[in-house]
Design a protein around this ligand. Sequence first.
Ligand SMILES: Nc1ncnc2c1ncn2[C@@H]1O[C@H](COP(=O)(O)OP(=O)(O)OP(=O)(O)O)[C@@H](O)[C@H]1O
Ligand SMILES: [Mg+2]
Length: 328
Amino acid sequence: MIALDHVTKRYGDLAAVDDVSLTIPSGEVYGIVGQSGAGKSTLARIVNLLERPDSGSVVVDGTDLTALGTADLRAARRRIGMVFQRFNLLGSRSVRGNVELALELDGVPRAQRRARAQEMLDLVGIGHRGDASVHELSGGQQQRVGIARALAARPSVLLSDEATSALDPETTASILDLYRRINEQLGLTVLLITHEMDVVKTACHSAALIEAGRVVESGRLVDIIRTPGSRLTSQLFPLGTIPATVESDATVIDITFAGGTADRPVISRLAREHDVDVSILGALIEQIGGTQAGRTRLEVPTHAAAGIITDLRGQNLLVEVLQEGVRA
Ligand SMILES: Nc1ncnc2c1ncn2[C@@H]1O[C@H](COP(=O)(O)OP(=O)(O)OP(=O)(O)O)[C@@H](O)[C@H]1O
Ligand SMILES: [Mg+2]
């Protein structure tokens, strides 16, 4: 588990990380998402104490990193593997040599190093490229080397800062798939720092949204989707604004569902039972946090709106009113 407690980091007048408290449960794929400049990378560097916070504590697997001396901190950092956007591989070394590097610094004997590196390269799907030079590999393959290197020292946490940002969508999908597999096979906690909502949608169990150094929302995606007014959910289901063609006296509602309700014929039944016309203004269904979830935007006659909303909420659906129609 990673527990950040009231962590603040200032650069001059700017609080890049501003009083952040966050718990990242063990064994989860956890996304930290936010716009450029929100403070994500600063937060990532704080998690392994490459950056020391001005105040607050950083507890990883029960150890408060802020309380450790240099030698103990160096040891504790080995429990956290880092993967970077620009891969940061050494061009002068082979693929295998890059994976062996951290083990070499730890004084692991050569034969053991080799075996471990091969095991990790096999795990990430490039076991046959160990002798290649890193320049001969594609971006996606280089990122796999970066992941193998981060895993070599058997960390309990894998921390990735925009590791897929330089990759095309297909390669990104395969790398996210790899993160999920590593999480499941090795039971590792994976912290994915990203500005892309798709990364959160595809790979994460939980997420935190940060803005101007502060956490504005956090939790398991299945719970976030059920939270009224959630900004993360609006970004997961970008339905946009209400079309200008919708009359101002109509009522517009968003229905959000997760899990079993997704395939129920909610809308046709509504129209039938309330004897009204219902227009679908937008709908998105996604696989989120391992469950099917969706949001549907409906235009309903205002005179029937109250009954419809009560009915839907009775079915355990999240209903949010976007436009309250004026009753004639
Ligand atoms: N070493 C530093 N010195 C001064 N200011 C810094 C430093 N590092 C970061 N900042 C500032 O802190 C804020 C947060 O930066 P950070 O790199 O954490 O954002 P980010 O969310 O990772 O952005 P991006 O998505 O662009 O990578 C920014 O305003 C940045 O300019
Ligand atoms: Mg960054």
